[in-house]
Design a protein around this ligand. Sequence first.
Ligand code: HEC
Length: 105
Amino acid sequence: MQMIETSFKAITLTLMISSGVCLAGPGSVDEGKALFNNPGLGDSTSDKSCNSCHNNGTGLEISLNNPKIEQQINRCIVGALQGEALKLDSHEMQSLKKYLVSLGE
Ligand code: HEC
């Protein structure tokens, strides 16, 4: 019985990790990448996406160690994209952050 319970726990944990629910929180790298290439991000009024200036995220690998990454993302959304800042706990912000951090991993 003990063994069955243990393997059940292991399976549940694996499922949670692989679906990104347990450790990763809301949002995903894939969504972040799509948003990075989306010119409509943050109700942007320009025709630019993040990718227009940061081609494939080149140069943004340092985001991994940037404690102010959210502020920087919003700076570029407001300044470069002419859009509106995202809420820090929004799904979009969390996805973008995950995408950028993944570049440096
Ligand atoms: C019009 C060009 C342009 C666009 C579009 C743009 N950026 Fe930037 N970005 C810059 C420039 C220039 C810098 C460096 C100077 C600064 O910090 O403003 C920068 C800096 C950054 C940095 C900080 C890098 C570091 O040195 O730590 C991040 C992160 C970043 N951008 C993310 C984004 C994201 C996410 C988007 C889309 C919402 C975006 N950028 C859109 C031009 C742009």
